[in-house]
Ligand binder design. Sequence first.
Ligand SMILES: [Mg+2]
Length: 177
Amino acid sequence: MTDAADRAASSDRPLLYLDIDGTLLLRRPQTDAFQDAYEPDPDALEFLTWATARFECRWLSTRCRNGSADGALRAFRFALGAASLPPDWRAVLGGIPASGWSALKLEGIDLAHPAGWWWVDDAPEEADLRRLAELGLEERLIRLDHGDPHALRRVRERLEGQGRGDGKDHSSPAPQP
Ligand SMILES: [Mg+2]
């Protein structure tokens, strides 16, 4: 598919809202003076490459609450300890816009997106959880399990079949494990 056709079809793709800290970047067990407090999850690049090919990805993070993706790019650059993002990271991160919000992350979610949406987060706030429950949309949130060293692979398994062009039923979420 051409880039233009891909953009035209963007509303056909489900939105995938991505938290950053604790989801794609993990707190280092120990740091020295020259290291950022975070490092990328070992599966983060593979996950993002997969996700950006199938979903309209959006940052939903305190790092870019103001709606600018700059904070996300900076966070990954620091976590990688790089003066500028390596090309493979830039290729995936550069195409992800940020969704702004103020009190609730849900403010940043397009609840009425025609192709639906998913939200991946390790530690959603209570207020967001309450609002999701009021709307009956709890199953749209995919929470990471910090005890699982391959938590992002589990997220991908849940999302498999929900993206565009996979020929599967998109009407209902994958069952909970
Ligand atoms: Mg988090």
